[in-house]
Design a protein around this ligand. Sequence first.
Ligand code: KG4
Ligand code: ZN
Length: 345
Amino acid sequence: MESKRVNILGIETSCDETAAAVVADGREVRSSVVASQNKLHEKYGGVVPEIASRAHIEKIYPVISEAMERAAVGQDDLDAVAVANQPGLTIALVVGVTAAKTLSFMWGKPLIAINHLHAHLQSALLSDEKLELPAVALIVSGGHTCLYQADSPLELRLLGSTIDDAAGEAFDKVATILKLPYPGGPNIERIAKQGNPKAVDFPRSMLGRDSLDFSFSGLKTAVLYYCRGQDMEGSDRVDSMSEQEIADIAASFQAAVIDVLVRKTKRAADRVGARTVLLGGGVAANGTLREAMQEMCQKGRPPRRLLVAPKQYCTDNAVMVASLAYHKYRAGLFAPLTLEPSANG
Ligand code: KG4
Ligand code: ZN
């Protein structure tokens, strides 16, 4: 293997995906392996931390070995081992962190600690790294909804975040209300295609004229009341609803979330005079959100450039971890072997 390239092994275990990837020079994906635990959590309607942790322990070494095999690299070809150590479920993160520390020590390779949210943002830079500044970034995932000003992959300033539910969490909870399978986001998107987004006028919480924070719990409650009645004493109407009615609710809910996400991103972009908008995180896989964000950027004066994560790198993966780690490697930002996981970002 050519010696000039920087090959980094990335490891990701922050929630319910066990993932490993080898990326060269931050851009060239040599392998990406993701073991999803969706089947294990499906019957609970959400991620059960203990089950996630145990599944990570079972999968971590097979997943890392497969990533290295597929990339055709051995330990000597690697320049560093990177791991997402925050934010996430501590008992899930600790599995990846322990594996990364062990390999780093055994192989004598530097260890790089990665913030999972910042890595989501990095996946928006995979298709094109030219970041015309100023730039704002919206990260929408199952656990977080954050707006940043991004001056470089390593220089992010938080502009706003959710004060209650994350956007993906709202998708998942509304899917549960509508009795759709977990994970909710892709299933809501699928049935919303058959629905009318104007059928129900669900609330859009903008939290005041200047706020860049988000709130989705009121919207989730509005869907619940719509299905169960204001006093929650009426019968659950979902079982007796037609497929069309459920599709209309899903489409109307999705439209409300997207409306808020796009308007807040525009607000942030206007405020900083952004020339580029970055979009990443699991909810960024949603085609309607991608289109709405594109339209908002095109209508900007002057038009803004939208850089959005490729769909397969929107949900959790280790390519984004290894890709961001390249920038830390170049900057000499290494972690000690005492690295710990942290639930908060
Ligand atoms: O980034 P991610 O894989 O994990 C976290 O870091 O949380 O995001 C997972 C979230 C879940 O809430 C899932 O329902 C949502 O992303 N999601 C979607 C779509 N695909 C995944 N939400 C809306 N539309 C989608 N197509
Ligand atoms: Zn994530």
